[in-house]
Ligand binder design. Structure first.
Ligand code: FAD
Length: 413
């Protein structure tokens, strides 16, 4: 028999203790929401978020995402001062580069747009790339930019632990092993959630359930259109001379990213023929069981080729993966859900949820408590695809397309 919950009434319940749910829970509590309860079906912070690469990226596809990326880095930078809880990050900056003419044109356009939105960046030549990031030879680079404001978090788990400590310090709760099995709605308004350990009365629920977010939305009769898609990365054994301060690199023509990690290199990237995994079809599934395929990373290593010779030469220390939650337009689902008053979403990560959840959590807390966010989130309206239900096959193929064309959607249309 399940033990009963320590508390049965909350000012807000957040479903999911990953990067999104913990960020939202922390920000709500810090903005004075009262008692916030973040619930997870498993141990908190154990699903996709701790498997992320930990990269933050200021060059984004539009102005809203750029503002959110800036806000996210601001939250991380200010976290220890705001909470007194240690959180380390590396101010490495990043290199954005391409080795074909068509990818170079794309990168130049992105850099120009980002500069227009206030992002500081510096153009690099081939020697400049190798000088600033010695693990890159510079071979074949046609265009490259250095973005000094980008950061990474070495161990993503550390951010989740820091959020949990901050939530506890603010008198709110993160409770694991407590799946939400029902969302209670009366007359179009949220009244609570059900769990095997009892019900919780609350007027506000945030669906931050990651790869399960669509199924959680269905508990309230709403469509939360996410298609989970596998993503993987590797970390090599230590490499002589590798410094943690070397920048992140994103090589757009290879759809791959790199950064220093544990004395070696981390590398991940987008599969050209990705696979969708929908946990709604398997109640026993959890993210550690995501099937991994080293061939995908071997292909990315081959695509990077002589630009990153250390990759092919160094044994692998870790291979990990999880699920991106893709939306049909590669934008987050963040805001109130039309049709059910008091229901919000913070999901639709599209591969950037570890980082951008920091800014989204802050914006949602401002909106919920203050009536409006300081960043206009209208383009992330969870209701923008209509009330649904969306066709499973169409949603999945749109998500797979967005995944495969993550770095280059403009080239594929
Ligand atoms: C290999 C890899 C590398 C990545 N690298 C980066 C990166 O460098 N930068 C970046 O920004 N993003 C990155 N991402 C994406 C990032 O990891 C995700 O966007 C982010 O972790 C999503 O967070 P989440 O909170 O939605 O998901 P999760 O961390 O999976 O959390 C969702 C939680 O909801 C819980 N839940 C689900 N259903 C219920 C229920 N009914 N009741 C209670 N709890 C429930 C789950 O148990 C889970 O703990 C990467 C992803 C992968 C896989």
């Amino acid at each position: 028999m399940e033990s009963s919950l320590p508390v049965t009434q909350a000012d807000a319940v957040v479903i999911g203790a990953g990067a999104f749910g913990l960020s939202a829970g922390y920000q709500l509590a810090a903005h004075g929401m009262g008692r916030v309860m973040v619930l997870d079906q498993f141990a908190p912070g154990t699903q996709t978020s701790p498997r992320a690469a930990g990269l933050y990226k200021l060059i984004q596809a539009d102005e809203t995402l750029t503002r959110l990326a800036q806000s996210s880095i601001e939250v991380i930078r200010g976290f220890s001062d705001a909470t007194g809880i240690p959180l380390s990050f590396v101010q490495s900056g990043s290199v954005l580069a391409a080795r074909t003419a068509e990818h170079a044109a794309l990168v130049d356009d992105e850099a120009e747009a980002s500069a227009g939105w206030g992002i500081e960046l510096e153009r690099l030549d081939v020697e400049g790339v190798h000088r600033i990031a010695p693990y890159l030879t510079g071979r074949g680079i046609q265009t490259a930019y250095f973005v000094p404001g980008d950061i990474y978090i070495e161990e993503p788990r550390s951010l989740l632990d820091a959020y949990m400590a901050a939530i506890a310090q603010l008198g709110s709760l993160v409770i694991g092993e407590t799946p939400v099995t029902g969302i209670l709605v009366d007359n179009g308004e949220i009244t609570g959630v059900s769990t095997p350990r009892g019900d919780i009365v609350t007027p506000l629920v945030i669906d931050a359930a990651g790869a399960w977010a669509r199924g959680v939305g269905a508990l309230a009769g709403v469509e939360v259109p996410v298609a989970p898609v596998r993503h993987q990365l590797l970390i090599t054994r230590p490499i002589a001379g590798m410094s943690a301060q070397e920048p992140i690199a994103r090589i757009v023509d290879a759809s791959a990213y790199l950064r220093p990690a544990r004395g070696g290199l981390m590398m991940g990237g987008m599969e050209s023929d990705p696979i969708a995994i929908d946990p709604r079809h398997d109640p026993e599934f959890s993210i550690p069981e995501t099937p991994l395929d080293m061939q995908v990373l071997d292909d990315l290593t081959a695509a990077l080729g002589p630009l990153v010779p250390a990759l092919g030469d160094t044994p692998i220390a870790e291979h990990r993966g999880g699920l991106f939650t893709m939306t049909p337009d590669a934008r987050f689902l963040a805001g109130p859900v039309p049709g059910v008053s008091g229901l919000w979403t913070a999901t639709g990560c599209n591969g950037s949820g570890f980082s951008i959840s920091a800014g989204i959590g802050r914006a949602l807390a401002e909106w919920i408590i203050g009536g409006e966010p300081t960043i206009n989130l209208s383009s992330l309206d969870p209701g923008r695809f209509g009330p649904g239900p969306l066709d499973d096959g169409e949603l999945t193929s749109a998500g797979l397309w967005q995944y495969a064309n993550y770095y280059t959607p403009q080239l594929a249309v």
